[in-house]
Design a protein around this ligand. Structure first.
Ligand code: ADP
Ligand code: ZN
Length: 289
């Protein structure tokens, strides 16, 4: 048996799965005081012993395995979790190999292995939910540099007609500050799932997501871009995002995929809401090596 944890800002989903990637048992634990949450995680894996554990975690988090702070949650607004080391606690209590990565890198890996990225060399995964983040996999390896990328905080060009100033506490109108769920809600005080499909908010949101996809395409040249998270539940956004991408790309990249209709290039993840947990399952397998 192997273990996987999707360690999110509101809940930890833990799973035990077998050699055939069948999930045998799961549990959901609220993201509370880290000592309470982690003691419940440890209890679950003591009851269901595993050979290794993969974790896709909220961040910012140290994911460089050569760092002595590997697995430490960094500068998070969740003060109780700041400088808490998830890896250390689990490793001390369970004594099995543990591989930890960001939630979005895990989701990208899950899509690379068994989703819309299968058979491709590189996958970009974006989540647009409470926050915005991105993960990238190339040749089976997730990307980190000095730190892990923070793709949600890139700068985009706001539309003139858009009066909203953005709500990122650090940058105001960065990508996340304009398109995350709370940014959508901040415009009129109405959450995204209650807005009609023809609301102008979606034109802005799709425009900015399209801009971001152009930037990510130009920098990373991913073979596919998957967009998950709560806001991506709005299926009508996808044709608008593809149109925005085409508009800003303006034919610059000379590749049949980019010149095509983009339906297989910018799309909702195959693993849907499970992308992160499935990715953590592959991390558990990688952790054994
Ligand atoms: P998290 O990012 O916390 O893991 P989600 O990806 O579900 O969780 O994102 C939650 C955010 O997405 C909230 O701000 C919520 O308003 C927004 N959201 C959730 N469902 C929808 C929907 N169907 N349409 C638009 N926005 C949604
Ligand atoms: Zn920002």
């Amino acid at each position: 048996m192997y273990g996987a944890i999707e360690a999110g800002g509101t809940k930890f989903v833990c799973a035990v799965f077998d050699e055939a990637f069948q999930i045998i048992e799961t549990t959901t634990i609220p993201t509370d005081d880290p000592r309470i949450t982690m003691s419940l995680v440890v209890k679950f894996f003591k009851e269901h012993p595993v050979k290794s554990i993969g974790i896709g975690a909220f961040g910012p988090i140290e994911i460089n395995p050569t760092s002595d702070r590997y697995g430490e949650i960094l500068n998070t607004p969740k003060l109780k979790w700041r400088n808490f080391n998830i890896y250390k606690v689990l490793h001390e209590k369970l004594a099995v190999p543990i591989k930890i990565d960001t939630d979005v890198n895990a989701a990208a890996l899950g899509e690379y292995m068994s989703g819309h990225g299968k058979g491709k060399r590189s996958v970009l995964y974006l989540t647009i939910g409470t926050g915005v983040g991105g993960g990238f996999v190339i040749d089976g390896q997730t990307l980190y540099g000095l730190t892990h990328p923070e793709m949600g905080h890139i700068l985009i060009r706001p539309l003139e007609a858009d009066q909203f100033e953005g709500n990122c506490p650090t940058h105001g109108n960065c990508f996340e500050g304009m398109v995350a769920g709370p940014a959508i809600e901040a415009r009129y005080g109405i959450p995204g799932h209650k807005l009609g499909e023809d609301d102008s908010v979606w034109d802005y949101v799709a425009d900015y997501i399209g801009q971001a996809c152009v930037n990510f395409n130009l920098i990373l040249s991913p073979e596919v871009i998957l967009i998950g998270g709560g806001v991506a539940q709005q299926a009508h956004l996808f044709p608008k995002i593809r149109r925005s991408f085409k508009h800003y790309m303006n034919g610059y990249i000379d590749h049949s995929v980019i010149k095509g209709n983009l339906e297989d290039y910018i799309l909702y993840p195959k693993n849907g809401q499970k992308a992160g947990l499935i990715g953590a399952m592959y991390l558990a397998k990688q952790g054994l090596k």
